[in-house]
Design a protein around this ligand. Sequence first.
Ligand code: SDX
Length: 429
Amino acid sequence: MSDKPLILTDPNTDRSVELPVIRGSEGEPTIDIKAVPSKLGYFTYDPGYAATASCTSSITFIDGNRGILRYRGFPIEQLAEKSTFPEVAYLLLHGELPSRSQYDEFLDDITYHTMVPEKLNTFISGFHYDAHPMAMMAGVVGSLAAFYHDRLDMSDPAQRMLAAKRMIAKMPTIAAACYRHHMGWPTAYPPNALNYTERFLHMMFSVPAEVYEVNPVAARAFDLLFILHADHEQNASTSTVRLVGSTGANPYACVAAGISALWGPAHGGANEAVLNMLEAIGDVSQVPTYIDRAKDKDDPFRLMGFGHRVYKNYDPRASIIRTAAHEVLAELGARDPLMDLAMELERIALEDDYFVDKRLYPNVDFYSGIIYKAMGIPKSMFTVMFAIARTVGWVSQWLEQADHPTRIGRPRQVYSGPAERDYIDIGQR
Ligand code: SDX
């Protein structure tokens, strides 16, 4: 049974408009407000889009109150336990888990697009050695359009899918090249005999003079982290990709915009900010001081890795990553006092009324840096790890929008500037 439309009446004019109710496949009710400007002469106001559904999508479902995250209907907990990142990439791109032959073909598609044009390495060498890798990634990924200009007919579904697969394949290669430039190491080329995460680790850490053995613990941990970070509905960076895509811009430009949005510390940059915060706190004895700062409206300090626009319960990814952090540290025979500090910080915060009342829980970024650090990834590369994984979500969402073209995204505003006034010559000012 479909819902009755809502009736919105303007008491100033007695004009009314019927607003249809749309229900998603999980029954979430949404009001279609498209008719409000033409029927009632009003815009709607929703800064930060907290109350706004920008599109329909069949890729990822989140229930913030119940702490649910599903990719194409599959619970993240099952995918984390049983799947692989390339298989999740196929699922997000195509909507179904692949058969064995489909999976093998997909792996080949990705494997044989891992190389980047050699001139791209020249581009990367032009950065100063201490350039932040996210700044490099945004520039380098955007420049891919300059190398693939012959295959940018975005009206061709085959070229759209090729561009999507190229980015999934090349992001690890570009990320590793940015890291190696920073370290002053020679370029490492993708060893196609290895799987996706093994190949990435080899490109990151191998040195020409030695045979590099991939640590299976690290490879599996990266596979898990990439699965958990692959997509997350209409978050800030994915919404950026969609908005840029709605103009007809090429997918490399869209993903480059997504990388820039992800870099912000309120978004994907939080994983690097969490480690900086833990290092600044330094010792469990300082936790109460920082908790008080986080609660102080006059202090800009936020508890990084805590809170979420959608999750008002525990982020299901944070639970999985916290368990994985313990396992990785144990398997690597490593101890990290920051892990103990993070857990104590979480314990104290979740006993504090401020965080309980505002329903602020650890999010995906709170524990991930502990694992990256244990595997030798420098802090400046943490958000790059997030970008590698989220490229799958970005290109899947971009494809979904491109396959079902929408109007160009163009929000309005509430104007707060001066009323009309005449120009004044500089001599009279
Ligand atoms: C990601 O959207 C996604 O799906 C993102 C993501 C993904 O996979 O794509 O999940 C990845 O970006 C995770 C979030 C990583 N960011 C951080 O950990 C940074 C710290 N968190 C906050 O900046 C904040 O919680 C946000 C940005 C995550 C959410 O911001 P909202 O939804 O706009 O919430 P808000 O800022 O309006 O906070 C509501 C209240 C405020 O207090 P009041 O004005 O109501 O008094 O909670 C407070 C905030 O001051 N608050 C915090 C806090 N987060 C929110 N207070 C202290 N520490 C915090 N971390």
